[in-house]
Design a protein around this ligand. Structure first.
Ligand code: AMP
Length: 417
């Protein structure tokens, strides 16, 4: 039996790659316009990083991590998300100095042992940004506006932005207590999982996938528990978003699945994806860096799911710029033509023209077929006559027009077309 890719993973084939490369290109270009620099962190980390950084009562850490012991018996996990790794890298490499703000972005695979379905995989891709060193709500507004800008640069429509503030160390404990009391009074309505964890982390009830939030009816709202600084932070953020024309829906129950968030949380949803309509989200994490052993350092960021962005682009019929594999295909007619054709291909390539040539000595008809399949604009034919005349026969595939072009003029002629 042929070996298959592991469950929940898939190959991104050459026929699909344009969309992926384009999304990554737009991401880099938009993120860099806002002053963000790329960082690449390891695909695996010490398990402890995610236990401390993401939180041991989260679904991700409790049951979705790919964790194994390496040969020296260290516990290692494939990264399930990017923020904890970027925060670790920031600390380890002393990237933040006291006087500045650090703005980073990443593009890469994440791994979660989740139940695979359309739009949900065990290996998936995220693009994300992180900002360290500023708790000004204008930074929250920038990160959200950046996400919105990126989606509009891709041509995605029908986006919804849900926004909340889940409080800070001053006010959240009171809110958490109220949630716990509410859960306790309605224990029989909770799913088994929430019954097991509501004492430790009742916030999880709000994003329980079994619908506990709805089952519990009128849950306490964080808006009623905000301290004055959290209320102020949220109002200033909303002011910035209003001024820059970013629309949002306030959702007092938006907590998101990771423990490290404080204050601002947000999520982008897109039409046309069915159940997996969350294409990205994140928020502020002012306590994460301290949790990882650093000095108190505010932070905020987002992670957007590339797989779902691609599905949404397809669902919305967004036109993606496609590049054909080659511009020029060199047809090789006869053994003596091979060294000449090979040299000409190299000349074209060094001139920046995407070119390929025939290696299997088939009939001209078969070679023309290949050229068509590769969507070549020109076929350059090299046979006995051409070698004698030091001049290639160039056929323009669209019109069928043919002309003779001297070998030493070929690159120049084709690049000027
Ligand atoms: P999260 O890190 O859970 O906040 O996820 C951020 C975004 O990553 C989500 O909105 C999804 O678009 C995407 N995402 C998360 N988990 C998966 C998955 N298992 N498969 C595909 N995309 C995912």
């Amino acid at each position: 039996m042929e070996i298959q890719s592991p469950k929940g993973t898939r190959d991104i084939l050459p026929s699909e790659i344009h969309a992926w490369q384009w999304v990554e290109k737009v991401a880099r270009s938009v993120f860099e316009t806002y002053g963000y620099q790329e960082i690449r962190t390891p695909i695996f980390e010490s398990t402890e990083l995610f236990v401390r950084g993401v939180g041991d009562t989260t679904d991700i850490v409790e049951k979705e991590m790919f964790t194994f012991n390496d040969k020296a018996n260290r516990s290692i996990s494939l990264r399930p998300e990017g923020t904890a790794s970027v925060a670790r890298a920031m600390l380890q490499n002393r990237l933040l100095d006291a006087t500045s703000v650090l703005k980073l972005y990443y593009i890469g695979q994440m791994f979660r042992y989740d139940r695979p379905q359309a739009g949900r995989y065990r290996e998936f891709w995220q693009v994300g940004v992180e900002v360290f060193g500023a708790d000004n709500p204008a930074v929250d507004a920038e990160v959200i506006a950046l996400g919105t800008h990126f989606f509009s640069a891709l041509g995605l429509k029908n986006l919804t932005l849900r926004l909340n503030n889940i409080g800070d160390h001053a006010c959240r404990p009171k809110y958490v207590e109220a949630l716990r009391a509410h859960a306790e009074a309605n224990l029989d309505q909770l799913c088994g999982k929430c019954r097991g964890r509501y004492q430790r982390n009742p916030l999880r009830i709000l994003d329980c996938k079994n619908g506990c939030r709805v089952a519990l009816g009128d849950m306490p709202k964080v808006t009623d528990y905000w301290c004055a600084p959290c209320r102020e932070h949220f109002n200033v953020l909303k002011g910035h978003l209003d001024e820059s024309g970013v629309s949002y829906e306030q959702d007092p129950y938006l907590v998101r699945g990771l423990d490290y968030y404080s204050r601002t949380t947000f999520e982008f949803m897109v039409g046309g994806l069915g159940a997996q309509d969350a294409i990205g989200g994140a928020g502020r994490y002012d306590y994460l860096v301290e949790e990882l052993g650093g000095q108190p350092t505010p932070g905020i960021g987002f992670a957007l799911g590339v797989d779902r962005i691609i599905l949404a682009l397809e669902a919305q019929n967004v036109e993606i710029p496609i590049q054909s594999p080659v511009v020029v295909y060199i047809a090789v007619l006869g053994d003596e033509a091979m060294p000449v054709a090979f040299q000409l291909a190299q000349n074209l390539r060094y001139s920046g023209i995407r070119a390929d040539l025939e290696y299997t000595a088939r009939s001209l008809k078969a070679q023309m077929k290949t050229a068509n399949k590769l969507d070549a604009q020109y076929v350059v034919m090299i046979g006995e006559d051409e070698i004698k005349a030091k001049s290639a026969t160039v056929r323009e595939m669209g019109s069928g027009d043919q002309q003779s072009v001297a070998f030493n003029q070929l690159a120049e002629t084709l690049s000027s077309k």
